[in-house]
Design a binder for this molecule. Structure first.
Ligand SMILES: [Zn+2]
Length: 188
């Protein structure tokens, strides 16, 4: 039995008047518990051709490698969230952030926003949510065993864009040369 977050009395799933979706509604005080998608921010932080990865010390996907990323907090911007996650998970400072991939995950109720960034001075440690962290050349990354599909796609797209820019003779270290990838994973 779910309980009301406001008054603690029992709440039930019902469609409120004037609404079109089922919500958890308190039968005592009438409070409607709206649930909306959550925002996840992260960074693909680069240093001298290598990518910063963290091995997760938390569920889900414990032990798998990921880009530093996590839930956005109230009061910060998406870029600030990406910087904070890089610090919390890898003790590294992300600079020159540029929004790169934006994933709609309607079935998960999530949006993932991942920034390209430089890892300041190439310095990092191991954050409390990581088992280990490291800088990896692309061919050192096990692309089939990353923690999340959005992480895999972001790295793949980055490597493809980088190669395309280099073929065109453009500066692949200037993030302004990279497009924004707006991707929907799963059905709406
Ligand atoms: Zn209530």
């Amino acid at each position: 039995m779910p309980y009301c977050l406001q008054c603690g009395k029992p709440a039930t799933h019902t469609i409120p008047q004037g609404d079109s979706r089922e919500r958890l509604v308190c039968s005592s005080c009438g409070y409607i518990h709206y649930e909306n998608p959550k925002m996840i921010c992260g960074a693909l932080a680069i240093h001298q051709g290598k990518i910063l990865l963290c091995r997760r010390a938390i569920e889900p996907r414990y032990g798998y490698w990921t880009l530093p990323a996590g839930f956005m907090e109230i009061g910060e911007t998406m870029a600030e969230g990406a910087k904070r996650e890089t610090w919390e998970e890898a003790d590294g400072t992300a600079i020159n952030l540029k929004l790169y991939t934006l994933f709609d995950l309607p079935q998960w109720g999530q949006i993932h926003a991942i920034y390209l960034a430089n890892l300041q001075d190439g310095a990092f440690g191991v954050g409390s949510e990581s088992l280990e962290c490291g800088l990896f050349y692309p061919d050192e990354i096990d692309m089939e065993n990353l923690a999340f599909e959005t992480v895999r796609q972001t790295i793949e797209r980055y490597l493809a864009d980088k190669e395309r820019l280099e073929k065109l003779g453009k500066d692949s270290e200037d993030f302004n040369n990279y497009p924004l990838h707006d991707v929907c994973l799963g059905n709406t």
